[in-house]
Design a protein around this ligand. Structure first.
Ligand code: ADP
Ligand code: MG
Length: 300
């Protein structure tokens, strides 16, 4: 087990930012940590990385309790904080060399060069960090996070504020790095979760409201289905509404329809079509987007 969080509470003064949070992340998983602003994502990540203490509960990273050996935990964890605070006056390699020094890495120079090429900073390596675009600054942030070859990577909104091209590049970089590490990443971007993550943990008001695979979450709500159907010829709404258990019918065009139902009514649709000499060319249950799942779980 890479990360174990058990009954964790965090209070800032009177306010509970984390309220009895528990989850586990297996080694090698890439987990999306989702939640609206202020839900407690950064707080949870800072606790796992030993940057702030929790108020109660237990946190273990690679089996090591953060209360017992925070130095060893920090060795196991790479962390890219929100807003990626960097020394803008430092040169890229100077900064990475400085980071390598903190971790007492042997063969510093070689390791820095490895990082530069791993994260694609070759062309920018002689610049000051302040002169880099946001996308390249994120590469520097990722390089400092993995320079000590941690088993676990904690990335707090690593793609926020990037333009669409930078976003794709950084995502790909995370996928590549994630092949050999456990990754927990927070984000607001739902496509990111669909693109990168195996599993999603959703937090709201300091409480976990969902923890499941992305595929499961998108299918879960079996009482609220949308079914896409394409017929070989035009049908009418009034006709289609007669199908047993249909809640609502929406037309995409005369041949293509979306059925809403509280159960899987594909068999009823097929029977109806047969009776009325309609041919079903396509029929499928529509997957919900992660965005819909997120809205349903965090609204209100
Ligand atoms: P997220 O990262 O999901 O946006 P945070 O973990 O940053 O959420 O914040 C969770 C809650 O804790 C918010 O209500 C926030 O205002 C509060 N909070 C975070 N940091 C502090 C702090 N240093 N002092 C007081 N309140 C804080
Ligand atoms: Mg945050």
């Amino acid at each position: 087990m890479s990360i174990e969080v058990k009954n964790v509470f965090k209070y800032y003064g009177e306010q509970a930012a984390l309220n009895d949070v528990s989850f586990k992340i297996n080694s090698g998983e890439i987990i999306g940590f989702l939640g609206p602003n202020g839900a407690g994502k950064s707080t949870m990540m800072k606790i796992i990385t030993c940057f702030i203490p929790k108020s109660a509960g237990e946190v273990k990273v690679c089996g090591i309790n953060v209360d017992e050996d925070s130095i060893e935990v920090r060795r196991k964890v790479g962390y890219l904080p929100e807003h990626n605070p960097l020394y803008l006056d430092m040169y890229v390699k100077e900064y990475l060399d400085f980071t390598a020094g903190i971790y007492k890495i042997k063969n510093k120079k070689q390791r820095v060069n490895e990082m530069v090429s791993l994260v694609g900073l070759d062309k920018e390596q002689n610049k000051k960090i302040g002169a880099l675009s946001k996308g390249y600054r994120q590469r520097v942030g990722l390089a400092q996070a993995i320079i000590h070859d941690p088993e676990v990577l904690i990335l707090d909104e690593p793609t926020s504020g990037l333009d669409p091209n930078q976003l794709v590049d950084i995502r790909q970089l995370i996928i590549n790095i994630g092949k050999t590490k456990t990754v927990m990443l927070s984000t607001h971007i739902m496509q990111e979760v669909e693109a990168i993550c195996d599993r999603v943990i959703i937090i709201k008001d300091g409480k976990i409201v969902a923890d499941d695979t992305t595929g499961h979450m998108q299918h879960k709500d079996e009482k609220n289905l949308t079914i896409f159907v394409e017929f070989d010829q035009a049908a009418t709404r009034n006709q289609l509404r007669q199908i047993t258990n249909v809640k609502n019918v929406k037309s995409l065009d005369d041949n293509k329809w979306l059925f809403e139902a509280n159960s899987d009514i594909r068999a009823e649709i097929a029977k109806y079509a047969q009776k009325n000499n309609l041919l079903v060319l396509t029929m499928r249950i529509e997957e919900k987007s992660m965005e819909d799942v997120f809205k349903e779980l965090t609204r209100g």
